[in-house]
Design a protein around this ligand. Structure first.
Ligand code: NOJ
Length: 513
């Protein structure tokens, strides 16, 4: 296990929207390099950058045309090298995005695979036996290739599924087993790409749809086996590199697949969703919500099983948001966001901050979909730096911007957050600094639940010598103090009366000792 993960706080960058260094209206690698000091100052010491590879951008780069080429709009391979060396000099690790489940339909592998004539890539994708063979349970593109067969897609229609075989074979005429040579060859192709970037200095990958490799593999037995093999390669040749999976099943991903980290994703009604984003018939029933109508039962029923089962092998990752879901401001007030950050930065695992969440950027509604973003587009708008043209994102004409910037008069910016007491930014920066300062608040000590009762809006847990208290209701609440130690963090006002802690509404306090 790479030691640096112990103290890592990640920052996710959607490169097209971060900072445009050359005035063409779209973010780029040089823009990221320029902003590294800003990221460092916030306290983040690792990056996850969404795909920067050559792509027709039907899915914002998750449709890779050439895995070893940098999309010209972001820069060149030299820019990648400069980004890596500058980041490393500053103590910042860099993860790229790996998309192993599919490619673009313009990828050279696929252009070969769809030819009628047999070639080295014929079995790199999944084709049915003939175009008349189209079982309805599969998402197939029918009758559009020279080759007599329909191909399986993994996500959008422009993203044909790579062939890792099938675990349960229901159509033997065209489904191959997951241990056949063609499937093994696909694994080698992906390993080769990983090696290419890690040899250049990339510190690992966020793995897109990591559970999607082998088809008809409900228990993910064959898929996990592939990842376990990849982990062996990492341990042997790249022991300092790390993988984080888009999976949301830590026991499978971490324990079976060997991932170092797994994201706790927002799946409607699951633990993450009921903590932060649970809308039921339009009403917010999440625990961290101004309505104070939620509870912790779903989260705890999942976490109390998954955390002890995986904590010796890897990390469950909480994220403020990502590029696939509405921003946190869509669900929570500024106060509630600060409470949620207090939680994320004091839990075990490795936290991820989505760009712009540190200043409370808003989810933009009514935007026309960009590059396959659809409802996700509103969370992918340009970073808001200051009050200058295009909020400091780009010097290009407004009409040339990748996406419009937030036009509201009170749009949050880095400039109007930094140094403002109580801003989301200052609060998060303080919390990240605490996490770096105290091992107990990272992974040095276990999560111990102290109090979570349905209906009382309180949440108390211990991390080693620290106790974290939350009151998410509007009203003042009294709780029995676990220990009368040093207050190392507070969001609002509190009083200590003997052994009683009186917490103002929507408040969190961290006590040491
Ligand atoms: C998950 C990614 O986060 C998302 O943005 C993408 O569209 C799909 N996987 C397909 O690659």
């Amino acid at each position: 296990m790479p030691k640096w993960l112990e103290n890592a706080v990640f920052y996710e960058i959607y490169p097209q929207s971060y900072y445009d260094s050359n005035g063409d209206g779209i973010g780029d690698l040089q823009g990221i390099i320029e902003k590294l000091p800003y990221i460092k100052e916030l306290g983040c010491n690792a990056l996850w950058i969404n795909p920067i590879y050559d792509s027709p951008f039907m899915d914002a780069g998750y449709d890779v045309r050439d895995h070893k080429k940098v999309a010209p709009r972001y820069g060149t391979l030299d820019d990648v090298k400069e980004l890596l060396s500058t980041a490393h000099d500053m103590g910042i690790k860099v993860l790229f995005d790996l998309v192993p489940g599919h490619t673009s339909d313009q990828n050279e592998w696929f252009l070969q695979s769809k030819k009628a004539e047999k070639n080295d890539y014929t079995d790199t994708y999944i084709f049915t036996k003939s175009v008349w063979d189209a079982p309805p349970q599969y998402r197939l593109m029918c009758g559009i290739c020279e080759r007599d067969g329909n191909y399986l897609v993994n996500y959008f229609s422009s993203q044909p599924a790579l062939n890792y075989g099938f675990y349960d074979i229901t159509h033997p005429a065209w489904q191959m087993p997951s241990d056949c040579d063609a499937a093994k060859n696909t694994v080698e192709l992906i390993k080769d790409i990983m090696r290419y970037w890690m040899d250049l200095g990339v510190d690992g990958f966020r793995v897109d749809m990591a559970d999607s490799l082998v088809k008809n593999d409900d228990e993910k037995i064959a898929t996990s086996k592939i990842w376990a093999g990849i982990r062996e390669m990492m341990d042997k040749d790249y022991p300092e590199c790390a993988l984080v999976s888009e999976w949301c099943n830590p026991q499978r991903s971490i324990n079976d697949g060997g991932f170092h980290m797994d994201f706790y994703l927002d799946h409607y009604g699951n633990g993450y969703s009921t903590l932060f984003r649970y809308l039921v018939d339009g009403e917010n029933k999440s625990f961290f919500s101004d309505s104070a109508k939620g509870d912790l039962s779903t989260f705890l029923s999942e976490y109390n099983v998954n955390y002890p089962a995986t904590k010796d092998n890897g990390y469950i990752c909480f994220m403020t948001n990502n590029h696939d879901m509405p921003r946190a401001t869509f669900y929570m007030s500024e106060e509630m966001i600060k409470l949620s950050h207090t939680f994320m930065m004091t839990m075990p695992g490795v936290p991820f901050v989505y760009y712009g969440d540190e200043i409370g950027m808003r989810y933009q509604t009514d935007l026309v979909s960009k590059e396959g973003g659809f409802s996700r587009t509103g969370s992918r708008t340009p970073m808001q730096w200051d009050s200058s043209k295009n909020l400091g994102f780009s010097t290009a004409d407004e009409s040339k911007l990748y996406l419009p910037v937030d036009k509201s008069d009170d749009a949050p910016t880095v400039e109007n957050n930094i140094g403002r007491k109580g801003s989301i930014y200052e609060n998060l920066k303080t919390l990240i600094a605490l996490r770096h300062e105290y091992e107990d608040l990272r992974n040095g000590s276990d999560f111990e639940l102290v109090h979570a009762e349905k209906g009382d809006n309180l949440f108390i847990y211990k991390r080693g010598e620290f106790t974290v208290y939350f009151n998410v209701s509007k009203e003042k609440k009294e709780v029995k103090l676990k220990n009368v130690g040093e207050i190392v963090f507070m969001l609002g006002d509190y009083e200590i009366n003997g052994e009683t802690l009186i917490l103002d509404g929507r408040n969190a306090v961290i006590i040491k000792g």
